[in-house]
Design a protein around this ligand. Structure first.
Ligand code: TXE
Length: 491
């Protein structure tokens, strides 16, 4: 474990609001002293959007939307390709800003920017190819058209743990669908979204097509209740989703949601246990320190190989270097805040006190030269009761639960016994069994012998309380379009 080193002062951290192509300071929402999680020290003072700035952003967006759809499809396509090229060329800087945002390790950080670039490049390809349809109707000479039209201005609310991922999954599709965007990142991770907004301007997109207005719940609520916003896409926790849907009800604004998860990772006895152990470790407590909606936080292991798997799994978990996210030797960084640290330690302490499982590694905040940061040991509980709060509630930290099962039916029953339904993972060499299991799992994505590799070609989203939205593929484009029927009567 290496000590923290404060990030290079050479990185300029954008801190204003980007509205109508202009940088705005002195916002009515005040400012926020952004804390760098690796050392607990402020690294920037960030503007927060208030009602006035949200209103200005929505107005700018409407002006830009009209300009955006006045361009030919080829021009819009070419501008989005230019944006993808600009992100590719900026990937090192975006990767570092992502570390400044929420201390994701630098070895993984550019991957978020690459994912966003890939989605932008993919959705650029739809713009001059998206087709409507025409269908016959009772009067066979009538012309009956079915078209997909943009909403106009959409509000996209992003969580702190993946602003670049949300830019890829949602902003790209929204723009390709013909909309202008008001992007409301969390105040906790404003830097990469602001840089993204800057790149949109640099490639020649209309000023105000992408407005970036970091803020906390207040700015988010102002965006949701704004009458000029025709659709909201929200990525975050279920508790917040309930508040947003309630606020949106006033204007009956449609809301698409991408929410939390408590995903099962099912390891069968016939799996490659070395590969399954590595996948479970990095999809579980190690990746982003477990701060990922796609975290495989419930690991179900077929009884005959439970002990063998556990030994391999714990060897990977306990050997992963934890420390300064700017040090490329480290694979695990800190959790995002003091509040997250306190919350996660409370989850661990309660799980131990109430015997929800056996704590087999971790459970402590790291000290020494990591004491100033919010570092937690990757933590594993064994033989967890799936009905316990530890197994039922999203921890959103480096804490996972391991359980055993005896047959397929029990594995499926445990996996589905949750209010969430975002992802599921299946490790087995028997692909007939894998397919049989996948069909029974109540989740929007099932990955077989693979980690959560979100691709622009595939719709990503949840079942049950993991949300309603889909990002990726044609479904992701249609998320930001309305359907219109035009029927031309012919005498
Ligand atoms: O969420 P929060 P966080 C989920 C993850 C976890 C949560 C963590 O599972 O549950 O996100 O992110 C704004 N009106 N996903 O803590 O608190 C807030 O400012 C309007 C799932 O950020 O819900 C922030 O910008 N806005 C995902 C955003 O909502 C409000 C992948 C999210 O905040 C608001 C990543 C309000 N009343 C994380 N209150 C997936 N499924 O892909 C807060 N906000």
């Amino acid at each position: 474990m290496t000590g923290t080193s404060s990030p290079a002062a050479t990185d300029v951290l954008p801190t204003g609001l980007l509205i109508g192509g202009e940088w705005v300071t002195g916002s009515s929402g005040g400012t926020y002293d952004h804390i760098y999680p690796a050392d607990g020290r402020p690294n920037a003072t960030v503007e927060l959007a208030g009602d006035a700035e949200i209103d200005a952003a929505v107005r700018s967006a409407w002006r830009a939307h009209r300009e955006w759809i006045s361009h030919t499809p080829e021009r819009r396509r070419d501008l989005m390709i230019a944006l993808a090229d600009a992100m590719r060329d900026d990937i090192e800087r975006l990767g570092r800003l992502n570390v400044h945002d929420f201390a994701v390790p630098i070895v993984m950080s550019p991957g978020h920017a690459a994912l966003a670039e890939g989605f932008i490049r993919y959705y650029a390809g739809y713009i001059d190819k998206d087709t409507g349809t025409s269908t016959p109707v009772s009067n066979k000479f009538d012309v009956n058209l079915i078209e997909h039209e943009p909403y106009g201005v959409v509000g996209i609310i992003a969580p702190w743990n993946g602003p670049l991922v949300v830019i890829g999954l949602n902003v790209a599709a929204a723009l390709a669908a013909g909309n202008a965007v008001v992007l409301k990142p969390s105040e906790i991770s404003p830097f990469t979204p602001l840089r993204f907004g800057e790149l949109c301007l640099r490639v020649g997109m209309p000023a105000g097509l992408v407005n970036v207005v970091p803020s906390g719940p207040e700015g988010g609520a102002a965006l949701v209740r704004h009458p000029g916003v025709r659709k909201i896409h929200f990525t975050g926790g279920g508790h917040t989703a309930r508040a947003i849907i309630t606020t949106a009800a006033a204007n009956l604004t449609p809301v698409a949601t991408e929410l939390g998860g408590k995903s099962a990772n099912i390891v069968f006895a016939d799996a490659d246990l070395d590969a399954a152990a590595r996948l479970a470790a990095f999809q579980g407590p190690l990746g982003q320190a477990g701060q990922s909606c796609a975290c495989g936080s419930r690991i179900l292991v077929e009884a005959p190989v439970y002990d063998e798997f556990m030994a391999k799994f714990l060897a990977v978990v306990t050997s992963a270097p934890v420390g300064d996210p700017f040090d490329p030797a480290n694979l695990v960084g800190p959790v995002v805040s003091q509040a997250a640290t306190d919350r996660i330690l409370q989850v661990i302490d309660r799980a131990v006190a109430d015997r929800m499982g056996e704590l087999v590694t971790g459970g402590n905040r790291l000290g020494g030269d990591l004491a100033a940061g919010y570092y937690l040991e990757p933590t594993v509980f064994a033989d967890v009761d799936n009905r316990s709060p530890l197994a039922q509630h999203e921890t959103f930290g480096p804490v996972v639960s391991v359980m055993r099962f005896t047959d397929e039916a029990e594995a499926v029953a445990i996996a589905n016994d949750t209010t969430f339904g975002l992802n599921a993972f299946v490790q087995t060499t028997d692909l007939t069994k894998a397919h049989r299991i996948a069909r029974q799992l109540e989740s929007g994505s099932v990955w077989i012998n693979r980690n959560s590799d979100i691709s622009p070609q595939s719709p990503y989203g949840g079942y049950k309380q993991s949300g309603t939205g889909r990002a990726g593929g044609l479904e992701g484009l249609r998320e930001f379009q309305q359907v219109k029927n035009i029927r031309i009567g012919m005498p």
